[in-house]
Ligand binder design. Structure first.
Ligand code: UDP
Length: 327
């Protein structure tokens, strides 16, 4: 297949692009490099820099759409920017696909579409009441995909990721890890302390209604997550919009992640408890039963120790492209 990967210079998009290439697909990475990095584009992929409002769709069979603003805290401070990029930008992309006759899309949706969990683990029919603009803008895209499927025959799959972690080593030996600049995510922030790049990690709130008071999240390995995209693409049917959760069904608190990282790295990793981060729900744990049942997806690197070890190895590997601070 000829596939356009928007946001393919980012953490998840680059791993999916690498796996698509390994699966024999022709891959074009399309990224505005606002947060992605050109040196994360896999060898063998064509790279085009540009905005999703003007996607290079000629000759494409499908789009894997990752390009987005994806930070919960930032979305609370800059809601307009999130709606403009994530919703308006994607609406334009979908319209361009309709005009050009590109009939398949796999969309990077999120657990943040659900809001506070009313039932655990969260299934796809759980109420969607997002508590931050990031989740709201992604949920609106999910609705729009449903409309395009019904009205225009689009084949669409939304994958609702929980918390993505770990790193991917491609068959050519290249390592794709997570490094944003500035970094806001928990595991890379913890590993920066272990690597001596910062002195301590801040825990955003220890007064949540959870067993140890810190937020509980469901971590999924980036290699497992990427594989789900290839399955979703193979199973994209015309005039159908499917939604699948992707997690491991196991909750880990911020404290648990810290303790696992202390064991993996052998570093004491000092932590300071601070205020809650606006927009953070207390608990997000997925049921991924639907994708296991319908697409035969299975996590292969599902335990937290493996994810943190892989992330730590990538963090220190000379094979990981270095990330320059973004503008
Ligand atoms: N978190 C934290 N300190 C940090 C970064 C994150 O305590 O430096 C917490 C955050 O409040 C959330 C969890 O770790 O409960 C995961 O946050 P992350 O930003 O990694 O992913 P998100 O859940 O926002 O997708």
């Amino acid at each position: 297949m000829r596939v356009l990967v928007t946001g393919g210079a980012g953490y998840i998009g680059s791993v999916v692009a690498a796996q698509l290439l390994e699966g024999g697909n022709e891959v074009t990475v399309f990224d505005d490099l606002s947060t992605g990095h050109e040196d994360a584009v896999p060898y063998g992929a064509r790279f085009i820099r540009g905005s999703i409002e003007h996607p290079p769709l000629d000759g494409m069979d499908a789009v894997l759409h990752f390009a987005a603003k994806s930070l919960v805290g930032e979305s609370v401070r800059q809601p307009g920017r999130y709606w403009a990029h994530n919703f308006v930008g994607t609406a334009k992309l979908l319209e361009a696909m309709r005009v050009r006759g590109v009939r398949k899309i796999v969309f990077s949706s999120t657990a943040a579409t659900y809001g506070e969990a009313e039932r655990l683990p969260i299934q796809e029919d759980h109420p969607t009441r997002p508590i931050n603009p990031y989740g709201a803008s992604k949920l609106a895209v999910d609705h729009l995909l449903g409309a395009h499927a019904e009205l225009h025959g689009l084949g669409a799959v939304s994958l609702r990721y929980f918390n993505v972690a770990g790193a991917y080593t491609a068959r050519d030996g290249r390592v794709y890890g997570e490094r944003h600049a500035p970094e806001t995510h928990l595991i890379p922030n913890i590993l920066k302390v272990a690597a001596g790049e910062s002195e301590s990690v801040r825990v955003f709130g220890a007064d949540f209604p959870t067993p140890d008071g810190t937020c509980v999240r469901d971590y999924i390995h980036v290699a497992d997550l990427a594989r789900a995209h290839l399955l979703a693409l193979e199973n994209c049917s015309p005039a159908t919009h499917k939604i699948y959760n992707l997690g491991n069904g196991a909750g880990s608190s911020v404290m648990k992640v810290l303790n696992v990282a202390r064991e993996v790295t052998g570093h004491p990793i000092p932590a300071l408890v601070g205020n809650r981060r606006p927009g953070d729900p207390a608990v997000l744990v997925a049921s991924s039963e639907k994708i296991q049942r319908e697409l035969a997806w299975k996590a292969e690197r599902g335990d937290l120790e493996t994810m943190v070890s892989d992330a730590w190895a990538a963090f220190r590997s000379p094979e990981t492209p270095q990330v320059a601070p973004s503008a």
